[in-house]
Design a protein around this ligand. Structure first.
Ligand code: FAD
Length: 519
């Protein structure tokens, strides 16, 4: 049984009994990857429940270092979450709502601790938004029943996708694994159900008594990051400058993008040197911003109020990108194994991968001798972020030119990206290594040189991130050793290409063909 089915059953089967439970002395909203005040379904429901009976709302976040390790969460993303939590705590305090944060070392203790806290605070209703990773779905199914045995109503609700997983199916009722037909249904669903984009009102102010009753919770400081997920002081400072936190920051970015750049998105989104994309992914990844908010705001500002399939328009194309986020979450629910290091098509399991550590090191350090690849890897090192076009280029390069096991790259991304997102990352790597749900044939192999010439025509992106090549003029920037800039490259210590693309391409085709043929 799929974990999402197990949870759905647990919710349905306990509904009547849960509804009978009285409100208790407080209501809890349990934060996970939904770190925002605005447009948050679970927070809204918890607040309404508390308000209806005049009891306080308590917000809770449980730090689970073991989950960070299991998901390879980057230290920079943990830092981003903790900074968001700190600001949330301050914002909530203005409405007399406490936000309590605790570290639970062993994740198996988390459900028990949640129940203990409920008892300590006299809370009988817990609300949370569903996360679709397998362990989380199983845990929430367990919690639904465990809480009920302790006289507590545990309410896990769908919020993170604009269209809930399970809503879009083929005519025969099956799950959709191809984006285009799925996207058409996604647009139709939203057009037919305008409530899918409805904003959930913010939490109401707590009764004044909440302060005296839960004083300790207001005073508690946000814990530090687990030791193995800590940043150095320099990194913390750099990332704080680069990535300010909070719902207002995310909304301002969104509003600015919509008013200034969305119209041109379809022509600028592939150019890594410019600012054609929204750069909202870090905020979406920790839930400081809801994708529902993004689509609603974009549509409200657009002359077209319905989702059409006119992909020419920047606005529709951008919404189509936000839709990919929902798509990969639906994939995660329907085929959980795809996001657990397995290939969507079983015949791809037999491909023979390389494990050349020198090549992997060169890729990680941005020293492959392919300037576009190196620029992108250095961008990630400095910013913990990479442009989408470059993610596709470096992922294809790792899996197809170096023939390195794509799982090494997938893991590296999760360990270093501020926007590391289990479903989207796994989807992106599956797409690039042709092992995922995407139907594109494996023999479409990116040529890094052509990608560079097409999407970084003037070489501005390369010059920004690869200082060794800053003085290289003209087209030589894309391939200095073969286009007459050898002297500058050599002088500045820029490496020669570590593979020959033509030969690497042949090897890749042969390996994929042999691997698939073997099954
Ligand atoms: P915009 O172009 O402004 O798009 C708006 C939002 O739509 C993004 O913030 C993101 O939430 C969503 N989105 C856009 N493209 C995609 C996509 N292809 N798949 C899923 N969602 C998308 N995105 C992540 O958020 N986390 C990841 O860990 C991640 N890993 C990736 C790995 C690979 C190999 C590839 C090819 C793509 C990956 N992506 C990932 C998708 C995409 O690269 C980023 O979402 C995008 O670059 C973020 O920049 P932006 O906010 O400016 O995007």
């Amino acid at each position: 049984e799929r974990p999402i089915t197990t949870l759905t059953k647990a919710i349905k089967e306990t509904q009547i009994q849960r509804d009978k439970i009285d409100v208790g002395d407080a209501v809890i909203h349990w934060y996970k990857t939904d770190l925002r005040l605005r447009d948050n379904k679970s927070l809204h429901l918890a607040s309404e429940k508390a308000k209806s009976k005049g009891v306080p709302l308590i917000c809770l976040y449980l730090i689970s270092p073991q989950d960070f390790r299991a998901h390879c969460t980057a230290a920079v993303r943990v830092d981003f979450m903790l900074r968001n939590l700190k600001l949330l705590k301050e914002n909530f305090a203005e409405s007399d709502i406490p936000l309590y944060v605790e570290t639970i070392e062993k994740r198996r203790n988390l459900p028990g601790r949640l129940i203990e806290l409920c008892k300590e605070w006299g809370a009988k209703h817990v609300y949370c938004n569903i996360e679709y990773e397998v362990d989380e779905l199983r845990r929430e199914a367990q919690l639904t029943r465990k809480c009920l045995n302790a006289g507590i109503s545990f309410n896990a609700v769908h919020d993170t996708c604009i269209v809930d997983p399970g809503e879009l199916t083929t005519a025969a009722g099956g799950a959709l694994s191809v984006y285009s037909p799925w996207h058409r249904k996604w647009c139709k669903y939203i057009n037919d159900h305008p409530d899918a984009l409805k904003e959930f009102p913010a939490a109401s102010r707590n009764p004044v008594t909440a302060r005296q009753k839960f004083q300790k919770l207001f005073e508690q400081a946000i814990p530090d990051a687990p030791e193995d997920k800590s940043l150095t002081a320099e990194e913390h400072e750099r990332f704080s400058q680069l990535w300010p936190v909070g719902g207002d920051e995310a909304m301002n970015r969104l509003t600015k993008f919509i008013s200034e750049r969305i119209k041109k998105y379809h022509t600028t989104r592939n150019l890594p040197a410019g600012d054609g994309t929204s750069i909202l992914s870090p905020h979406l990844a920790v839930g400081a911003l809801a994708s529902r908010t993004c689509v609603r705001e974009a549509l409200e500002a657009s002359p077209v109020k319905k989702l059409t399939d006119d992909r020419q328009q920047g606005c529709m194309m951008w919404i189509g990108e936000v839709a990919w986020r929902d798509f990969y979450r639906h994939v995660l629910c329907n085929w959980p194994f795809v996001c657990m290091n397995k290939c969507f098509k079983p015949e791809y399991t037999n491909i023979e991968w390389e494990y050349n550590q020198d090549h992997f090191k060169a890729w990680v350090e941005g020293k492959t001798g392919f300037p576009i690849v190196d620029a992108a890897m250095r961008q990630v090192k400095h910013m913990a972020y990479m442009h989408n076009r470059c993610r596709m280029v470096v992922a294809s390069f790792l899996a197809k030119d170096l023939m390195l096991d794509w799982r090494m790259g997938e893991r590296f991304f999760m360990e270093h990206l501020i926007d590391g997102d289990f479903a989207s990352n796994s989807g992106g790597w599956g797409f690039s290594a042709s092992c995922g749900v995407d139907p594109q044939p494996y023999f479409r192999i990116f040529n890094p040189l052509l990608q560079s010439e097409k999407f970084d025509e003037q070489g501005d992106y390369i010059r920004k991130w690869v200082p060794e090549l800053r003085d290289v003029k003209g087209k030589a920037i894309h391939d200095p050793y073969n286009r007459g800039a050898e002297a500058i490259a050599k002088k500045n210590g820029y490496p020669k290409p570590i593979v020959d693309h033509k030969m690497a391409r042949e090897r890749c085709l042969e390996r994929y063909k042999r691997g698939i043929g073997r099954s």
